[in-house]
Design a binder for this molecule. Structure first.
Ligand code: SF4
Length: 458
C-alpha cells in the first residue's frame, strides 16, 4: 500500500465519522441542488446541449495540436507571448523569470486550479514574492493555510461562523460579523493589494482557438481586476482547456454556470485577447499565456482516458458523489478531488501511488449522470482499476484474493460449498475495516440458489 493510499484511508475514516463536517457539506450541497434545476430551465433540450458540448470537446481534443497552434498564432499577433511548459518546474521558472524582469514583489491571483497543481503560491513565497488570492473562497482558504476543498467552491466545508472566527483570528475583526460584513472586510484588504501588485495571474476557463482568446467566468469581478489592473497579466492554463471557436461559448458559458453554481450565466464573463493595444487606454502593458502539459499528453495518448480531458471543471460530479460528500475534498490530497480527480490523478501522477482513488467509488454512476459534458466517469474509474491490474500495480495478496474469488464465482459447486457459516467467518475475519464502525455481517442461512431450487421444487 502506498503512503498516499494509507493517508487517504486514515483521513477519510476520520472525516466519514465527522458529523459536523457532514452537516456543513450537506447544507452547502443542498443549496446547490436547489438552484441547479432553475439554471437548467434555460435549455430547451438539455440532453442535446450536453451531447453537443461533448462533441465539441471531442473535436477540440482530437485536434488539440492544431487548435493550440491556431490559438498561439492568433494571440501572438496582438503581442501576447505564449510559453509551452511540459512540467510544473518549467512553468514555475518561466513565471519567476517574468517576476524578476518586472521587479515584482506582489502578485494578485484569481482562482486557478492549475496554479494549485503547480504549487505556485509556495514557490513564490520561497522566492520572496507575495501572492494574494483574490477570489473570496480562495482568500479564506489562504488565510487558513488550507488548500481549496472543492474545484468550484474552495471553502465549501466552512460555515459562516467558521469564516467569522477565522477573520477574527487572522485579521482582528469582531468575531460575529455577518457574511456581507466579512465580504466587505475582504474587499477592503484586497483593493489595497490590487494597487500594490505588479503582476496579475489568472487561469482560463476556456482557451479559444479561432480568435486567440482566453475566456474567464466568475462572480466577484476579481479575475477581471487581476487581468486588467496590474501592468502585467500572466495566464496559466492546462492544454485541454481549448474550444475551437468563440461561438462555442454560447453553449459552454451557460452550461458551466448551470452545472457549477445553478446560474444562467455567471456575473462576469470576460474574453481577453491581448494586452492594451495602441488605441486602447486600459489593460496591462504585457501579457503571457503559459500552456501547461503536466501529464495531460499521457491522458491524450490513452484512447479510453482521453475522454476525461473534456472536463470543464464544473464540479457537478463532486457534489453528486456519495464518497466525496462523506469524506470531503481534503482527504484526497490531490488538486482535483471527487470522481474527476480520481479519474485523472493516477494518469497525471503515478498510477501505483494513486490507483487507490479509482477504488474510492461505489460505482453508482451518479457522477456520469450529472456530468455537464457527459464523461463516462464511473466507467473510466473501472478502466483505471483494470489498467492498475494490467500494469502490475496491485499487491500479491490482492491478486491472489481475486484469483480465488474468480475461481469460486465461476464454479457453481465451489460456490455451493460456501455455507453461511464459512462466509461469515471469511468476511468477518478478513474484511477487518468493515467491522470498525459496523456490526458483524451475517449471511442468510440459505443461499439464493438453495431457495430458488426449493421454490421450484414446490
Ligand atoms: S467531470 Fe464532468 S461533472 Fe465533473 S467537473 Fe468535469 S465536467 Fe464537471
Amino acid at each position: 500500500m502506498s503512503d498516499h493510499s494509507s493517508s487517504f484511508i486514515a483521513k477519510s475514516t476520520i472525516k466519514a465519522a465527522d458529523k459536523e463536517h457532514r452537516r456543513k457539506i450537506n447544507f452547502n450541497i443542498s443549496k446547490y441542488n436547489a438552484v441547479v434545476p432553475i439554471g437548467k430551465q434555460q435549455f430547451t433540450n438539455l440532453e442535446l446541449a450536453r451531447e453537443r458540448a461533448k462533441n465539441i470537446k471531442w473535436k477540440a481534443i482530437e485536434t488539440l495540436d492544431k487548435q493550440l497552434e491556431a490559438f498561439e498564432s492568433a494571440i501572438a499577433k496582438r503581442g501576447v507571448k505564449v510559453i509551452w511548459a511540459e512540467t510544473p518546474e518549467e512553468a514555475l521558472n518561466e513565471i519567476l523569470k517574468i517576476c524578476e524582469a518586472k521587479k515584482c514583489s506582489t502578485i494578485v491571483k484569481s482562482k486557478s486550479m492549475v496554479t494549485e497543481e503547480i504549487h505556485l503560491n509556495k514557490f513564490l513565497e520561497k522566492n520572496g514574492i507575495e501572492s494574494v488570492e483574490t477570489d473570496l473562497g480562495e482568500y479564506i482558504q489562504q488565510l487558513d493555510g488550507e488548500a481549496p476543498y472543492h474545484i468550484v467552491t474552495p471553502a465549501m466545508h466552512k460555515s459562516k461562523e467558521d469564516v467569522a472566527k477565522l477573520f477574527a483570528n487572522k485579521l482582528g475583526t469582531p468575531p460575529n460579523l455577518s457574511p456581507s460584513q466579512l465580504t466587505m472586510v475582504a474587499r477592503e484588504k484586497l483593493r489595497e493589494k490590487y494597487m500594490q501588485a505588479q503582476i496579475g495571474i489568472t487561469g482560463a476557463n476556456f482557451i479559444i482557438s479561432d480568435i486567440g482568446g482566453i475566456a474567464i467566468t466568475e462572480n466577484e469581478g476579481n479575475a477581471r481586476l487581476s487581468c486588467a489592473w496590474p501592468k502585467t497579466h500572466i495566464v496559466i492554463a492546462g492544454i485541454e482547456k481549448v474550444i475551437p471557436s468563440m461561438t462555442d461559448l454560447a453553449l459552454f458559458w451557460p452550461l458551466l454556470s448551470t452545472y457549477g453554481t445553478g446560474q444562467k450565466l455567471t456575473v462576469y464573463s470576460s474574453i481577453i485577447t491581448g494586452p492594451k493595444q495602441v488605441n486602447e487606454t486600459d489593460g496591462p502593458d504585457d501579457m503571457y499565456v503559459i500552456l501547461l502539459d503536466n501529464g495531460r499528453t499521457n491522458i491524450l495518448a490513452d484512447e479510453k482516458a482521453r475522454e476525461s480531458l473534456y472536463c470543464i471543471r464544473c464540479g457537478a460530479c463532486l457534489n453528486a458523489c456519495p464518497v466525496y460528500k462523506n469524506i470531503g475534498g481534503h482527504a484526497y490530497e490531490t488538486t482535483y478531488s471527487g470522481p474527476i480527480g480520481s479519474v485523472i490523478t493516477p494518469h497525471l501522477k503515478e498510477l501505483g501511488d494513486w490507483k487507490h482513488l479509482s477504488y474510492a467509488s461505489s460505482l453508482c454512476g451518479n457522477c456520469t449522470e450529472v456530468c455537464s459534458v457527459k464523461i463516462n466517469l464511473h466507467e473510466l474509474l473501472l478502466d483505471n482499476r483494470n489498467e492498475a491490474v494490467e500494469k502490475g500495480a496491485t499487491s500479491f495478496a490482492e491478486r491472489l484474493a481475486w484469483k480465488f474469488w474468480k475461481k469460486a464465482m465461476l464454479n457453481r459447486t465451489l460456490m455451493n460449498m460456501g455455507s453461511a457459516k464459512i462466509k461469515n467467518w471469511v468476511v468477518n475475519t478478513f474484511v477487518k475495516d468493515w467491522k470498525k464502525h459496523r456490526s458483524e455481517m451475517e449471511f442468510p442461512k440459505k443461499s439464493f440458489n438453495q431457495m430458488w431450487k426449493e421454490r421450484n421444487k414446490g
